[in-house]
Design a protein around this ligand. Structure first.
Ligand code: FMN
Length: 287
């Protein structure tokens, strides 16, 4: 998959055409979910694709921001075994599936939900696995157009970034998100460009997150890129971990596409970065 292109084109789709997605495309999405690499190799997951009649009314007033359930012709439901880092894994895998769905011409949106047990009961799902992700799936009712974005400053032009024009969600700039060696020591574009990381970080900042809170900060420390995630009071640990997995996918796939092979280590490096109390170091990769 061309991650750069897909990240440029993606946005959360909330209005869907009534048209259903052909079975062959849904089957391809399901097959991809079984075959693609995960953040945590070997963790058992299962993806279900259910039609609107089996999900929408059942989750109305329960799932979605403020209980506003998105109406779509299909829903993707991800189940997972409960093991170390299974939620981060679901964020990584779920977003990869969402980009694959876009690659196949369809659109998606993550949907927040209450505890897994409640949703399993409502959907009559009899399984020991936990529900770890719900996404709407269908075709965008509002046509989108991809253009060069020209209002983000000269330095961004170096990374040839384009994004969807009618995507109303905004993002922090690279200066806000990337530190060099220590917390609060802001990165300069030239430094990032010299290290070949400008593109990867520029695309990583476009990751979707719960309530668009963009909780990620990156610390570049010699050959290590360290990821810190903000802990917001109104956000559940589940959403925090999903956001972590999604940002790991974006950064890793862009580094792989533009620079070199890399993998996340879900641990803290043996160093104190003096991050504020509301930030947690969740992993690092070596480049
Ligand atoms: C874990 C997660 C849960 C989300 N839940 C919802 C939701 O319930 N309803 C909704 O409209 N959008 C939901 N979103 C979409 C985000 O609000 C969206 O990704 C963010 O605002 C950025 O916008 P964009 O995806 O269009 O770039 C969710 C996103 C994530 C990552």
């Amino acid at each position: 998959m061309n991650y750069k292109k897909l990240i440029e084109e993606r946005k959360s789709t909330r209005d869907y055409k009534k048209t259903t997605v052909p079975k062959e495309i849904i089957d391809e999405i399901l097959q991809f979910s079984e075959e693609t690499d995960k953040l945590i190799p070997g963790i058992e997951t299962e993806l279900l694709a259910l039609d609107k009649s089996k999900v929408y009314e059942q989750l109305k007033d329960t799932a979605g921001y403020q209980g506003i359930m998105l109406e779509a012709p299909h829903y993707l439901i991800m189940l997972s075994e409960v093991r170390g880092y299974y939620i981060e894994n679901a964020g990584y895998l779920g977003e990869k599936i969402s980009l694959k769905a876009l690659d196949l011409g369809t659109n998606t949106c993550w949907i927040t939900f209450p505890e897994s047990e409640k949703v399993k009961k409502r959907l009559f799902l009899n399984t020991d696995m936990e529900i770890v992700a719900i996404m709407a799936l269908g075709y965008d009712a509002n046509k989108s157009r991809v253009v060069n974005q020209d209002n983000v400053g000269d330095n961004y032009s170096k990374s040839q970034l384009k994004i969807v024009k009618n995507n109303v969600s905004t993002r922090y700039s690279i200066e806000d998100l990337v530190y060099i060696k220590e917390w609060g020591h802001n990165a300069h574009y030239d430094e990032l460009e010299n290290r070949g990381l400008l593109d990867a970080l520029n695309y990583a900042r476009l990751a979707p997150s719960t309530m668009n809170r963009q909780p990620w900060r990156f610390i570049l420390d010699e050959e290590k890129v360290v990821l810190a995630i903000r802990d917001d009071e109104n956000i559940r640990e589940y959403d925090e971990k999903i956001d972590t997995g999604i940002s790991m996918l974006y950064f890793e796939s862009l580094v792989r596409q533009t620079l070199t092979e890399t993998n996340w280590v879900l641990d803290e490096p043996d160093k104190d970065y003096h991050q504020p109390d509301n930030y947690k170091i969740v992993g690092y990769c070596t480049i």
